[in-house]
Design a protein around this ligand. Structure first.
Ligand code: ADP
Ligand code: ADP
Ligand code: ZN
Length: 229
């Protein structure tokens, strides 16, 4: 018998500006492929809510729409990616966002014998992102994302997934903070598209169409990238 080693757990990266649909698509990929969504935004918001030292340092930066320091974000991500539930594979949503974070991720994956299977750039028009973010809300119980116009729950204010009735909006989903976040994306995160293109793992998926259409296109490239020969 061939003593072939089992393939390491897949690593997927979703890149795109705020509002591109990273969180929405990551949750759909979780359901479809069984990978775990790791959102540094969610992890940071949990740290803020818990009042940890990292959360205290991140709070004001997040409200203004700037990027939290690489050190804090990398520490938070490192803790989470090594958790046992990540052994089925991960979808990185909102990480890496800077060149330093991308280098740290590469080093972290070398340690665990993993590699980046695919980095998808969700391609959208900045102007449309303001409407997406202004209408965004989510279920306080399970985190499912909704939109005032583009993704309404079947019953008003009742979560389709868990039946919860408490919905919440983010403190940084304001017009001012969105402008800052888009600038941060173009200055610090968009250059990573070239980085992953050079590493030959980049796929571009147009993400201006309806959610299901984007999910279908994304599912196709993820399936191809993670298929074992
Ligand atoms: P969005 O979904 O709108 O792109 P996120 O939930 O991913 O927003 O992030 C919200 C905020 O959390 C960011 O504006 C930033 O302040 C902080 N943040 C999240 N991920 C990172 C990261 N990888 N590096 C630095 N800051 C981050
Ligand atoms: P990101 O995580 O990239 O910031 P989200 O997944 O939170 O983006 O999506 C932002 C908002 O836009 C949410 O309210 C979501 O329901 C909605 N949305 C996501 N994808 C689409 C799409 N393809 N068309 C219209 N609205 C979308
Ligand atoms: Zn819910």
């Amino acid at each position: 018998m061939d003593a072939a080693k089992a393939a390491p757990p897949p690593v997927l990266i979703l890149l795109g500006p705020p509002g591109a649909g990273k969180g929405t698509q990551a949750r759909m990929l979780e359901d479809r492929f069984g990978y775990v969504q790791l959102s540094t935004g969610d992890l940071l918001r949990a740290a803020v809510a818990a009042g940890t030292e990292a959360g205290k340092a991140a709070d004001d930066v997040m409200k203004s729409g700037g990027l939290v320091s690489d050190e804090i974000v990398i520490d938070i991500l490192r803790d989470r990616i090594n958790a046992p539930d990540c052994a089925s594979g991960v979808i990185l949503d909102g990480f890496p966002r800077t060149a330093v974070q991308a280098e740290s991720l590469d080093a972290l994956l070398v340690e665990s014998g993993q590699r980046i299977d695919i980095a998808v750039s969700l391609e959208v028009d900045d102007e449309a992102m303001v409407d997406r973010i202004a209408g965004r809300y989510s279920c306080a119980g399970c985190g499912e994302g909704y939109h005032d116009t583009f993704k309404k729950p079947a019953r008003p204010d009742q979560c389709d997934q868990c039946g919860g009735t408490q919905m919440k909006r983010r403190a940084d989903d304001t017009a001012e903070a969105v402008g800052t976040r888009l600038k941060a994306y173009h200055a610090q995160t968009a250059p990573l598209i070239t980085h992953y293109e050079e590493a030959e793992v980049l796929h571009r998926v147009r993400a201006m169409g309806p959610i299901d259409e984007v999910a279908t296109a994304l599912g196709t490239v993820v399936r191809q990238a993670t298929a074992t020969a």
